[in-house]
Design a protein around this ligand. Structure first.
Ligand SMILES: Cc1ncc(COP(=O)(O)O)c(C=O)c1O
Length: 375
């Protein structure tokens, strides 16, 4: 272990957690200094919304802080059912299942739904939770080149009983697949399509219904969808949504669901409020999208990845360069973490810039000005 730690440190890949002394969404405070935050996933500014915080406190008073059990024993309260109903009403699923994290939801989704004899086809840039879920399943795992339809077609041709897995918005590159084209390939091969929309939910589509809805796809066209409450909804926890049969099956056989304490009821009450605000307050999405457009216009001369989402990658290649730039930005009052391998492929260390509805025009100007100087 010591050797592995020393090797990580020597190659500039050691990570350390950062303790926030204060957080308001747009600004965070670390070790006595305040920084403009360009590293979070609170895209709509809901994590600190007073109505959401009130719902949290009222939820705790009404239902308790913790659920007190796993969902099939004593952990399922009325508010869990209300949250499930709210999700079905919003997103059009027949049924959903709640999880304590997106990581757990993805693990269960792939480990449980993929069977012996199946082949899980995952995009090359899939999130670690999807890769681990696939590795823990009895199915074979194959990966296809990122967002490449021709690579997917070749993989479908080769695979026995394929299931295809992709993300609505890729967490490090911020780009999206052409889901309609993927669906039509999947139909040709009778392959179910499974979607992780952690970074699309709340942000894209009518009422923030997510990436599939933004591309005109109804939820029933997908085999199932996972998304979490810890990104645009500003809280924590996750769900898998799909047909009654898929969700009934996960309820019986999904180990991360069955053998884990159910979500806090207070949290469920807060998520319900956050969904209500997310659906109704389209100004949050409008502001976010105008901030994205402003950033991309101002930073047009910088080597950004092609992304129209809140996640904007500035690939620098070398981990030391990414760390140095992150440190220099801190001196200018900007919090922008360097993302290094193994989170991203070797040689593609980067600054992962995330925009939020809370950023002002001046914040974005300052960021671009600083980035331009450093690049
Ligand atoms: C694409 C994607 N899937 C799944 C997860 C895991 O979700 P959670 O943070 O709720 O465990 C994340 C977040 O880290 C993610 O970016």
């Amino acid at each position: 272990m010591r050797q592995a730690l020393a090797e990580r440190e020597a190659s500039q890949l050691l990570r350390r957690s950062v303790t926030l002394e204060q957080y308001s969404g747009r600004v965070l405070r670390v070790a006595g200094n305040s920084y403009l935050n360009f590293s979070g996933n609170d895209y709509l500014g809901l994590a600190t919304d007073p109505e959401v915080l009130n719902a949290y406190a009222e939820g705790a008073a009404a239902y308790g802080g913790g659920s007190s059990g796993s969902p099939l024993v004593t952990g399922q309260h009325q508010v869990h059912q209300q949250l499930s109903d709210t999700l079905c009403d919003w997103l059009g699923f027949e049924q959903v299942l709640l999880f304590s994290s997106g990581f757990a939801a993805n693990q269960t989704m792939l480990q449980t739904l993929a069977q012996k004899g199946d082949t899980l086809l995952l995009d090359k840039l899939s999130h670690a939770s999807l890769i681990d879920g696939a590795l823990h399943s009895d199915a074979q795992l194959k990966r296809f080149a990122h967002n490449s339809l021709s690579a997917l077609l070749a993989a479908l041709n080769d695979a026995s009983q394929p299931l295809v897995v992709t993300e609505g918005v890729f967490s490090m590159d911020g780009d999206s697949p052409d889901l309609n084209a993927m669906l039509s390939l999947c139909r040709q091969y009778q392959a179910p399509l499974l979607l992780d929309d952690a970074h699309g939910l709340g942000v894209s589509g009518p009422e923030g219904k997510g990436t599939a809805a933004a591309q005109g796809i109804v939820s029933g066209d997908l085999f199932c969808t996972m998304a979490n409450f810890g990104k645009a909804l500003g809280l924590g926890g996750a769900f898998v949504g799909g047909s009654k049969t898929v969700i009934d099956y996960l309820t019986q056989f999904g180990r991360h669901y069955i053998y884990s304490t159910a979500l806090s009821p207070a949290l469920c009450a807060a998520v319900i409020k956050s969904i209500l605000l997310c659906r109704g307050q389209s100004w949050r999405r409008d502001k976010l999208h105008s901030n994205i457009a402003r950033f991309r216009a101002l930073a047009a001369d910088l080597p950004l990845l092609a992304s129209q989402s809140a996640i904007q990658g500035l690939v620098l290649g070398d981990s030391v360069r990414a760390l140095n730039m992150s440190a220099q930005l801190k001196q200018a009052g900007i919090w922008l973490s360097a993302i290094r391998p193994p989170t991203v492929p070797k040689g593609s260390a980067r600054l992962r810039i995330t925009l939020s509805a809370q950023h002002t025009e001046q914040d974005i100007q300052l960021l671009v000005q600083q980035l331009r100087q450093l690049v």
